[in-house]
Design a protein around this ligand. Structure first.
Ligand code: GAL
Length: 345
């Protein structure tokens, strides 16, 4: 099955409710003229395989390359960075030795982009960075020095803002106990990652920009991990109990962990506590439909994966590629969780 750019489709779906199917059929595949699809070699490295969202993303990268564009499976190598930058840099060196034509890299540490870019550039291999955005000074350098490197991602400020708006849109705007302020805990991803920094900042900013008073009871890093999310929220519920009105999680994996602890503590989402995540994992969408999560934000791995591959193809065609390529997030609440689920299945 061909999967198309869902943010565009869902954007259309939100304005013109049920126009989903025709929009899906309309998308044209990228023009492959001038690309040696039979022989082109692609090296892909993911920061770690054991990450729910990046697993969906890498599956779509390979599916789109092989099924939709006809690249040969044996010419595509996908490696597990094992959350270890030294290990991943070795894999990148192996890609260079193997003579790949282009790389798609989800760095363990975005701060290593300058070093990795230089390695690839010296070997004459273009690189498409995904998911973990290098610093602006680095992407500026690609442009000013004509280096074949680009970034494909989504602006995490938007996802944070959408999370905050989902809380504002609840019946009591997040102030369940009516004391005039929203008391929350923040379960953060890996703080080296701008996604974690921006979601943390902009979710709360959406509330304060709307003139709402907030109280942060706890901010703790859960490294995008469900088990850590569960533990953090279990401890927080013991410590702060009824005081917690909102649980912000920087991603759905941690929100699903949070939900386990919320239910174990006998609390009821959307009645005496709100819970929001980011990614739109299938389990999260189902929980939103069932009323067990307040909302999430669709981190469109399909559009991101297809854009990343399209940029790699543009490099193979010898075309210029813009240094930054952003895909929109989509707010996911009980109103459209079913539509998004249907599109993902
Ligand atoms: C985020 C995503 C997280 C995690 C992280 C890895 O965009 O929301 O779930 O996958 O990327 O860098």
């Amino acid at each position: 099955m061909k999967k198309k750019f869902l943010s565009l489709i869902l954007g259309a779906a939100m304005t013109a409710s049920m126009m989903v199917a025709p929009a899906m059929a309309a998308e044209a595949p990228i023009d492959l003229t001038g690309v040696d699809v039979e022989n082109a070699k692609v090296g892909i490295s993911i920061y770690k395989f054991d990450d729910n969202f990046m697993t969906l993303y890498r599956t779509e990268l390979v599916r789109y390359l092989t099924e939709d564009l006809g690249f040969k499976e044996e010419n595509i190598t996908v490696t597990d960075g094992k959350n270890d930058q030294a290990e991943q840099t070795n894999q990148i060196n192996n890609f260079i030795t193997a003579g790949v034509d282009v790389m798609i890299l989800n760095l363990v540490q975005s701060s290593s982009a300058p070093q990795v870019t230089d390695l690839c550039n010296e070997a004459g291999i273009p690189v498409v960075y995904i998911n973990r955005q290098p610093e602006e000074a680095e992407s500026d350098r690609w442009e000013s020095e004509g280096i074949k490197a680009t970034y494909v991602g989504a602006d995490a400020r938007q996802s944070g803002t959408f999370q905050g708006e989902e809380i504002l849109e609840t019946a009591n705007g997040g102030d369940i106990n009516g004391d005039g302020k929203v008391s929350y805990i923040m379960v953060q991803g890996d703080p080296e990652n701008v996604d974690a920094q921006y979601r943390t900042e902009f979710s709360v900013k959406a509330l304060t920009d709307a003139g709402v008073e907030v109280e942060e009871l706890l901010l703790q890093r859960g490294d995008w991990d469900q088990a850590k999310g569960q533990q953090i929220v279990q401890d927080a519920l013991t410590q702060f109990g009824e005081q917690i009105e909102v649980v912000f999680c920087n991603n759905d994996a941690m929100a699903l962990g949070a939900l386990q602890s919320i239910q174990a503590a006998g609390r009821v989402v959307n009645e005496d506590i709100y819970l929001v995540g980011v990614d739109a994992l299938t389990d999260a969408l189902q929980n939103i439909q069932d009323g067990n999560m307040t909302g999430t934000v669709f981190n469109d791995h399909i559009s991101q994966a297809q854009t990343a591959v399209n940029m790699a193809v543009n490099y193979l065609k010898g075309e210029e590629v813009a240094p930054i390529n952003m895909v929109d997030y989509v707010k996911a609440t009980s109103e459209n969780a079913g539509d998004i689920l249907a599109l993902l299945q």
